[in-house]
Write a protein that binds this ligand. Structure first.
Ligand SMILES: Nc1nc2c(ncn2[C@@H]2O[C@H](COP(=O)(O)OP(=O)(O)OP(=O)(O)O)[C@@H](O)[C@H]2O)c(=O)[nH]1
Ligand SMILES: [Mg+2]
Length: 298
């Protein structure tokens, strides 16, 4: 599908921004808010992953091309969506220019989860701004984020947005108008090497350190997050939990699904039998019993 309100500006004549972020943090809402109807939606070549590009001119007259990247939890890709996102950011996807600025969008009410991707993205060495989206929800929940401290600790500019409010991207637009890309080059970074488990633990420690300095959340939420982290990140209990979840998924697909399947089989068989008993033989009965009912059951 293609929506088109005018033609996109030629590559090179506009600032090329990519929206990166965890699934559900509000990237598409922000993308829609900023680009309006000036969008082109297609698939990335050779994969069934949606590619959304849009364009707009800022109040200060800067032309922008914006890419709404598929949601990702990590740049160490586990899914096709994450692989596309990683490749675009690295400039390794054919026909796709490397973005000039990453707008790393986070759900401000779930920074503990969202900052892991931010820390990974910072290591790419591209200009980057951290977007604290859902800042309305964070305020309502009593979460106080010190943007200056967060910016100092991450080494990138920090901007708040509310993607579901008409002027919710005003701060981001102002930043694009007034700031230089050079100011968004991460002033420092930290690499997270080692095996997957060590990397997750190191990321978790760094996120915790930064949040301790920059965020004050109601004690109840912190205690709850700590309890969850203590279990899912535990070297033994985390693996046990994963095994239990995989077992439950397996059971749901292969055992529990038999109950509704048997029910559907029995219902359709009795409906077909009822039709056979109550309708005169002929093409209509065959159509209903062998076509419509049997077809619904298949
Ligand atoms: N209150 C509030 N809701 C928001 C905000 N931004 C997004 N939402 C809502 O959050 C939900 C998820 O937003 P999306 O834009 O679909 O999230 P996404 O990051 O594109 O998700 P994926 O495409 O799955 O990666 C939607 O219901 C939005 O309306 C915000 O700033 N404040
Ligand atoms: Mg989206």
């Amino acid at each position: 599908m293609t929506t088109n309100a005018s033609n996109p500006p030629a590559s090179g004549s506009a600032l090329h921004i990519a929206l990166l972020g965890n699934p559900n943090c509000g990237k598409t809402a922000l993308f829609n808010l900023m680009t309006g109807a000036r969008q082109k939606v297609a698939n990335y070549a050779g994969v069934t992953v949606e590619r959304k590009e849009g364009w707009f001119t800022t109040p200060g007259g800067k032309r922008v091309r914006m890419l709404d990247l598929p949601g990702a939890y990590s740049l160490h890709a586990q899914s096709m969506d994450e692989a596309v996102t990683r490749d675009v950011l690295l400039g390794q996807r054919a026909g796709e220019p490397q973005p000039e600025l990453i707008a790393c969008v986070t759900d401000a009410t779930h920074l503990r989860l969202n900052l892991r991707l931010v820390l990974e993205a910072r290591n790419l060495g591209l200009p980057m701004v951290l977007v604290l989206n859902m800042s309305d929800m964070a305020r309502k929940q009593g979460i106080e984020i010190d943007e200056a401290v967060l910016s100092r600790e991450l080494g990138v500019p920090v901007i708040s947005t509310v993607a579901v409010k008409a002027d919710g991207a005003a701060q981001l637009l102002r930043w694009i108008d007034t700031d230089q890309l050079g100011n968004a080059l991460p002033s420092h970074s930290k690499s997270f090497a080692g095996d997957a488990q060590q990397r997750v633990l190191d990321l978790h420690d760094e996120v915790r350190r930064i949040l301790d300095l920059a965020v004050r959340a109601p004690a109840v939420q912190l205690a709850r997050d700590d309890r969850i982290d203590a279990i899912v990140l535990h070297p033994v209990w985390g693996l046990v939990l994963l095994a239990v979840l995989l077992f439950l998924i397996f059971q749901a697909v292969f055992a529990w699904a038999a109950v509704p399947m048997d029910f559907i089989d029995a219902t359709t068989a009795s409906a077909a039998a009822w039709l056979n008993a109550h309708m005169a033989d002929g093409p209509l009965r065959s159509l209903l019993a062998d076509g419509v009912i049997a077809g619904r059951a298949a």
